[in-house]
Write a protein that binds this ligand. Structure first.
Ligand SMILES: Nc1ncnc2c1ncn2[C@@H]1O[C@H](COP(=O)(O)OP(=O)(O)OP(=O)(O)O)[C@@H](O)[C@H]1O
Ligand SMILES: [Mg+2]
Length: 263
């Protein structure tokens, strides 16, 4: 009886976990077509403050499409997105960032030839002002902030002037995470952050995400690999062929049960 009660409280009719009234982000009925491809089919999704949501599913399931709607890269064909209870129109990545949503894309959105410091501030460079009211980039402020932020995440051996192309995949992820921490994001989305990373680098990224959780920052962690997601996630959302097929609290399901469910 107790189980039934609990389920009634946090699951909807389809057996999916329901958002709380405090949800940081909540989407209803998201639809997305790419020409003739129906990439998202009436997808509901949410994330609570400080929650780590693992988003899993096969190639082409719609994971990246969902996060592109959440990060302002694409607009949904229909459906609604709410941030802290307020409906929003995420018309550009900049608009999403202004609302505290920071994304590390599957194909990382950094400029390889530019320095760590420049990449940290891309599109949000601090300016110095002259008497004529002209602004120019404050390189020193960027370098100093970059050093501080990188020290926080253990990349202290590298000068902020190092071009990003000289960094390993894991170190690039670290710069993106430092950026999210510095700009005090509310939510960090990581699309396949552990692809092409060594085991050590992967563990480091997983540690960072948990550190962010300690600071109350929400993360959405996308992976094909349930084994990467399961250890750190509070909840796991699975997609297949554009639909959400599972949305469960990790405490309610074992890794084995989860694996069976999504294959
Ligand atoms: N820009 C695009 N133009 C046309 N079709 C697209 C585009 N982006 C994605 N798709 C299609 O939409 C569907 C969902 O793709 P999406 O990238 O969201 O999947 P995914 O779950 O992230 O897959 P993967 O695990 O391979 O990254 C796929 O059928 C894909 O081919
Ligand atoms: Mg993808």
């Amino acid at each position: 009886m107790t189980t039934v009660h609990l389920e009634e409280r946090h699951q909807d009719a389809a057996g999916f976990v329901k958002p709380s009234p405090q949800a940081l982000v909540r989407c209803e009925g998201l639809e997305k077509w790419y020409g003739g491809v129906h990439a998202l089919k009436a997808v509901d999704f949410h994330a609570e403050p400080g929650e780590i949501v693992g988003l899993v599913g096969d190639n082409g399931a719609g994971k990246s499409t969902l996060i592109k709607l959440l990060s302002g890269v694409h607009r949904p064909d229909s459906g609604r997105i709410f941030i802290e209870g307020k409906e929003v129109a995420l018309t550009s990545p900049k608009a999403a960032m202004a609302l505290g949503i920071e994304t590390i894309y599957q194909y990382t959105a950094m400029v390889p030839a530019m320095s760590i410091a420049r990449n940290m501030f891309i599109g949000r460079e601090p300016l110095k002002w002259s008497l004529l009211g002209l602004g120019w980039m404050d390189g020193r402020a960027m370098a100093e902030t970059a050093i501080r932020s990188l020290t926080n995440i253990d990349l202290r051996t590298r000068s902020p002037d190092t071009p990003v192309e000289e960094l390993s995949g894991g170190q690039r992820q670290a710069v993106a995470i430092a950026r999210a921490m510095y700009f005090k994001s509310k939510m960090l989305i990581l699309d396949e952050p552990t692809n092409h990373l060594s085991v050590k680098e992967t563990n480091k990224v997983l540690d960072y995400v948990q550190e962010l959780k300690g600071q109350g920052i929400t993360s959405i962690f996308i992976s094909h690999n349930l084994h990467h997601v399961h250890p750190i996630a509070d909840r796991i959302v699975a997609m297949a062929r554009g639909e959400k097929i599972a949305d469960v609290r990790k405490s309610d399901i074992s890794l084995e049960e989860m694996t069976e469910m999504i294959v």
